[in-house]
Design a protein around this ligand. Structure first.
Ligand SMILES: [Zn+2]
Length: 119
């Protein structure tokens, strides 16, 4: 124990050869076992035990989504709304084309009526 004024700092819990915590134990290139503190659920240290598999809770997923959202123009909701608008536009254009065809057939409109306003 180290005494500093009236505070004692525990040497027995400080990392070293006599550290009481759980050690990693992964096989090293030298043949021994990794001695770093095991902090993962797998009982391995930060260098061993594989990559992170990502957030698991909904709060964690929301946090990651918020971090990766730059302007929100390409969110699922916005893309869905754009798809709906495009479908409505297609429907409207199809109706206009239908009306135009019927008017041309009835002789109300000239077949090349659109070319009038280009010239
Ligand atoms: Zn390790």
């Amino acid at each position: 124990m180290i005494a500093k004024g009236n505070v004692t700092i525990g040497l027995e819990t400080r990392f070293g050869p006599n550290w009481p915590g759980v050690r990693c134990g992964a096989r090293t290139k030298a043949g021994g076992e990794c001695q770093r503190p095991a902090i993962k659920r797998t009982g391995r240290c930060t260098r061993h035990g594989g990559k992170s598999t990502g957030p698991r809770t909904q709060a964690g997923r929301d946090k990651i989504a918020a971090l990766h959202t730059t302007h929100g123009r390409l969110t699922k909701e916005r893309r869905e709304a754009a798809k709906k608008r495009a479908a409505v536009g297609r429907k409207v254009r199809a109706e206009i084309k239908e009306i135009e065809t019927s008017l041309v057939e009835q002789g109300v409109l000239d077949r090349n009526w659109r070319k009038d306003w280009i010239l």
